[in-house]
Design a protein around this ligand. Structure first.
Ligand SMILES: Cc1cc2nc3c(=O)[nH]c(=O)nc-3n(C[C@H](O)[C@H](O)[C@H](O)COP(=O)(O)OP(=O)(O)OC[C@H]3O[C@@H](n4cnc5c(N)ncnc54)[C@H](O)[C@@H]3O)c2cc1C
Length: 389
């Protein structure tokens, strides 16, 4: 059973869908033609999406949000998945809610509120050249020095780092790991490189940072690492939601083309080879979508015992499903599917990262397997009942 989505959220979902169709799909086509993103137009569209009220909806009401449930966020995130070039983030523009659990009132005032007001952005700097899948491998250190900290290390793949006003940097403070709020202009912080990626041209860049004797005040340290773990897990369910949105658009595009295209005197939709690809895609999409909404409901029930494992299942299945659906869509379009001007080509490249970031497919499998071995299969059944951890 699909969970109920409140009327007001359904109305926002419809407005986002319209924005994606009317504003972002033409922009995608323009990007494909130019081979690059018009940054001026990108900023203008971001401002327009913000004005339309698509930002911070996950934040508590006292922070200007709607305190949306995870199910409602998933419903909106699906629409974000229906556009390429990373443009979807502007219509499902979640605020830094996880920071609220970690930050002091002063840190909230200084860092979170400007993000909520749209004056700046945050970027998470966790991965390093020598550490990705296992954050225990990070080498960045934070040494206490007088009334502050000195950070040393290197951070890779920092998404949104090109326009972030501050970074959330994970480092070793002695034997424990802690996160630090580091201003973009902190002495000793340097953006070393902005490499190109498979999904370019993409609305966000992924920068490399170097921290060399980077001094931050004692107030820069965030409390605990629970928020970071929660952020990773919540991002995983949102990735699953975007993959479902992407797959839905791909199935529709491939279906329409199959009804239009003729080969050997017949519509290709009349060939079983094509029909079977469409049938597999829509079936797998539905399985992923049901799983994603179910897991979102588990988040809303605040049932922590199996949340991590179930979220891993949704991320794993939905991202691998979307990869297969994009591959079949390219096939159904034939040569046209290989052209950059075709959304199927762009999705084929762009969806690849969903099997890598926020934990690779292998890491999701490890999480699932470890939980399964510990608790047994019953705990992982998605039948809507709560099972004892
Ligand atoms: C476009 C992009 C944006 C990103 N944005 C951010 C960001 O904003 N902030 C940030 O901090 N990071 C970010 N990342 C980093 C991302 O989270 C990591 O790339 C990811 O976690 C994998 O780490 P790795 O690249 O070091 O791969 P590795 O950990 O080196 O893994 C290499 C291979 O080994 C496998 N492997 C590793 N360990 C095991 C194991 N125990 N068992 C079986 N197989 C294993 C992996 O599955 C993979 O196939 C981003 C990455 C990309 C590509």
């Amino acid at each position: 059973m699909m969970p109920e989505i409140p009327e007001e959220v359904r109305a926002i979902k419809a407005r986002i869908a319209e924005f994606v169709r009317e504003e972002l799909h033409p922009f995608e086509a323009e990007i494909a033609e130019r081979g690059e993103i018009d940054e001026g137009k990108l900023s203008a569209l971001r401002a327009k999406a913000r004005e339309a009220g698509f930002s911070n909806l996950n934040m508590p009401r006292e922070y200007g949000g709607m305190d949306l449930s995870v199910v409602s966020q998933v419903a909106l995130e699906e629409e974000a998945g229906k556009t390429t070039n990373g443009l979807g983030y502007m219509v499902a523009d979640r605020g830094p809610r996880e920071l609220l659990d970690l930050a002091s009132p002063e840190q909230i005032e200084r860092y979170v509120m400007p993000v909520v007001r749209g004056e700046t952005r945050e970027a998470w700097a966790i991965t390093e050249p020598g550490a990705g899948s296992d954050i225990k491998d990070i080498a960045t250190t934070a040494a206490k020095d007088g009334d502050g900290w000195v950070l040393d290390g290197e951070k890779w793949f920092v998404t949104g780092g090109e326009r972030a006003g501050f970074f959330i940097v994970l480092a070793w403070d002695g034997e424990e790991q802690a996160s630090f709020l580091v201003d973009r202009d902190a002495p000793g912080l340097e953006i070393v490189r902005t490499p190109a990626f498979m999904h370019d041209p993409y609305a966000s860049k992924h920068v490399e940072l170097r921290l060399t004797g980077c001094r931050v005040p004692s107030s820069a340290r965030l409390g605990g690492d629970k928020g970071t773990k929660r952020w990773f897990s919540l991002e995983r369910i949102m990735i699953a939601a975007r993959c479902c949105g992407a797959a839905e658009r791909l199935v529709d595009l491939a279906r329409s083309w199959s009804l239009e295209r003729e080969a050997s005197g017949r519509k290709i939709s009349e060939y079983q080879a094509i029909q079977f690809m469409l049938a597999d895609s829509v079936t797998e999409l539905n399985a992923a979508r049901l799983m994603t909404y179910h897991v979102a409901q588990v988040w809303d029930q605040d049932d922590p015992s199996i949340l991590h494992g179930k979220t891993a299942m949704a991320k794993l299945f939905a991202s691998e499903m979307a990869g297969r659906v994009a591959d079949r869509a390219v096939q159904i379009f034939g040569g046209r599917g290989y052209m950059v001007e075709n959304p199927a080509e762009r999705y084929y490249r762009e969806l690849r990262v969903d099997r890598i970031w926020e934990g690779t497919s292998e890491i999701q499998r490890l999480i699932i397997a470890r939980g399964l071995l510990k608790r047994g299969a019953k705990a992982y059944m998605m039948d809507g009942r709560r099972h004892p951890g």
